[in-house]
Ligand binder design. Structure first.
Ligand code: SF4
Ligand code: SF4
Length: 606
């Protein structure tokens, strides 16, 4: 496969420095859910997810099959470097090897050759190949001592540029040209560098591409690279212009990831506790000025529960402050109907505010929007947080159909950037009805923004998230959602194998979780989703500490945390054969399926 007769080369010292010290390598992954696909890119500081509208070539199944069929050994890593001045180098790092003489064992030959090797790694690899350190290779027989994947950094590289397929050369220069980087290095895992191979933009062990970027590249250049990469490698896929995903910025210098923050605050709770929430979502009330048919809590909105006053919420936040919870979110109803109360909470809370959810309707003119946000800022929003940047999340799509003017989102956006700038984040949560074109709504927003402000909509400065309507009895009754059914077993088996669930997803942590929910009637749920499963009790009757203590005894929730939803399904099918056959609406949230498994008398979809 590789012509090993090509002489070894010594790396140019500058390039070596670049390769070893300054470059960061990160894999590109595909993320799939039943609703959409994303390509996820990370350069260590920023993560981008790009929503893919059509992606025929890569399906989770084909990736899985590919991974199964490919032995690691058949893939080899090549390091490709290209510079704007036309320099191109493709290097192969051959694994350390010995040549048999028919007399000495492998270990004896290693000693004779004076090879310094990691013996555990070597023995493991030999074992995989059915050999042992005592095997005596025949005369002239070449034995590799490490997997080709482990060879980087252990041996002198072999330059394979002349024999590499033009495909890779064109790839590099096209990417370089499009990205406008001065140079670029890419690690390519493939079976045969002499042949064009289908690029799979996924993590190892599948053939994959790892990109190396100069530290000074920064975010805009990183995005340029991503765009160049996608349009070159996947010309057939259509990328949503609005499908960008931005990480939630963390403000703390050392506690600079959500898992680090969680580990830090978890120490405040008894060691024996397994459930250590870090965030709380408080439903202030269920008073709203809209009546969206797809609202997850429309029946409660119709009852307009008065909920908590600011003093009660501050009491709850003070109790949270005694636990591992460091951040809180306020939802409703429509919290901005009570701006003064909201400001009192922000001003006096001992915790960081994470998010205020709104339908945007109160931001009904530029002047009003600026006044409201100035008042919120004076209360400390975007000023006093220590750990996470706060956000106002505005839901739209379904809300506009219920009467929220899209202009309000224009006023909110413009005033937000004007008053709060980058001290806070504006989240746009787009939730169209099934069949409605989300992109059309975004185009309308764009046009309206331009008309009112004279500027293009600043999509790069907001966090845009498209959500998908989930089944509610009201939507089903009005036939506004597909009505098909699926078994709970199939629903859970559609999830990717390593998926745990929203509240316990350690790997993908881009938000503070576990997050508890306190609803306006005082009922506390261990998960801030609208699965509304296994309430622990009511904050009006028990202290927060007592309620959290109860959650520790929730053995089925513990099972989800430890083994994910698949683990829960397996266990519940053992205890209650046939439970997985229960039907659930196709569009019901996965939390509803979880609830049906954990509360066996709750029908799925309710
Ligand atoms: S704006 Fe939000 S809370 Fe109000 S009805 Fe619509 S979805 Fe429900
Ligand atoms: S209800 Fe179940 S699936 Fe949903 S967040 Fe809670 S444990 Fe996870």
């Amino acid at each position: 496969m590789i012509n090993e007769k090509i002489p070894h080369i010594v790396l140019d010292p500058l390039m070596k420095k670049v390769l070893i010290k300054e470059l960061e390598l990160r894999a590109i992954k595909t993320l799939h859910s039943s609703k959409n696909s994303h390509l996820q890119f990370s350069n260590g500081r920023e993560e981008h997810r790009i929503k893919i509208k059509t992606l025929q070539k890569i399906s989770p199944k084909s990736i899985k099959n590919k991974a199964k069929n490919l032995a690691l050994d058949t893939l080899i890593r090549f390091r490709i470097t290209a510079c704007q001045n036309g320099f191109l180098s493709i290097l192969f790092f051959p694994p350390p090897q010995i040549e048999g003489d028919g007399k000495h064992s492998i270990d004896a030959l290693i000693r004779i050759k004076k090879l310094a090797l990691d013996s555990a790694k070597k023995n493991k690899y030999l074992k995989q190949k059915g050999l042992s350190p005592h095997t005596i290779p025949g005369p002239g027989e070449v034995v590799y001592l490490y997997s080709p994947n482990d060879a980087l950094g252990h041996t002198q590289p072999i330059e394979v540029t002349p024999i590499a397929s033009d495909f890779f050369k064109t790839l590099m220069f096209t990417l370089l040209k499009k990205s406008e980087f001065p140079y670029m290095t890419m690690d390519l895992w493939t079976e045969d560098i002499t042949q064009e191979s289908a690029p799979y933009a996924v993590g190892t062990p599948i053939p994959s591409l790892d990109f190396a970027l100069h530290q000074n590249c920064g975010e805009p250049l990183f995005e340029q690279l991503i765009n160049a990469f996608i349009s070159f490698l996947f010309p057939e896929i259509e990328i949503s212009e609005y499908g960008r995903y931005k990480r939630v910025p963390i403000l703390h210098n050392t506690l600079n990831t959500f898992p680090k923050l969680a580990r830090h605050f978890e120490k405040k709770l008894p060691q024996s506790w397994w459930f250590k929430p870090v965030a709380v979502e408080i439903e202030m009330n269920t008073i709203c000025n809209l009546r969206c048919t797809g609202c997850a809590i429309i029946e409660d909105i119709e009852k307009a529960n008065k909920g908590f006053n600011p003093e009660e919420i501050l009491g709850l936040l003070n109790a949270c402050n005694e636990t591992s919870i460091y951040t809180y979110s306020i939802t409703g109803g429509e919290p901005f109907l009570l701006l003064n109360e909201l400001c009192t909470i922000v001003e006096k809370s001992p915790l960081d505010i994470f998010k205020i959810q709104t339908n945007g309707t109160r931001f009904s003119s530029m002047e009003i929007a600026e006044q409201m946000l100035t008042q919120l800022k004076k209360a400390g929003f975007g000023v006093k947080n220590k750990y996470v940047k706060p956000s106002i999340n505005c839901s739209f799509g379904m809300q506009n159909q219920a009467g929220a003017p899209l202009e309000c989102l224009v006023f909110l956006t413009h005033a937000f950037l004007n008053i709060l700038g980058d001290s806070a984040q504006l989240g746009l949560n787009l939730l169209p009805y099934p069949g409605d074109d989300g992109e059309k709504i975004l185009q309308e927003l764009s046009t309206l923004y331009k008309k009112i402000t004279g500027e293009p909509y600043p999509f790069e400065r907001v966090r845009l998230h498209q959500f998908y309507m989930e089944h509610t009895p009201r939507l089903a009754e009005k036939k506004l959602i597909p009505l098909g059914q699926i078994s709970i077993r199939d629903k859970i088996n559609q999830l990717s194998e390593d998926y745990v669930c929203f509240n316990f997803s350690q790997k993908e942590m881009d938000t503070p979780v576990p997050r508890i929910l306190i609803r306006s009637d005082g009922v506390l749920y261990p998960c801030a989703c609208f699965g509304l499963a296994t309430p622990a009790g009511n904050v009006h009757h028990n202290s927060l500490h007592e309620l959290l203590e109860r959650v520790q005894k929730n053995e089925l929730l513990r099972l989800v945390e430890e083994k994910g939803l698949r683990g829960l399904l397996q266990e519940m099918e053992k205890r209650n054969p046939g439970i997985g056959d229960q039907k659930t609406p196709i569009e019901a949230s996965i939390c509803k399926a979880c609830r049906t498994l954990r509360e066996t008398d709750t029908p799925c979809g309710n």
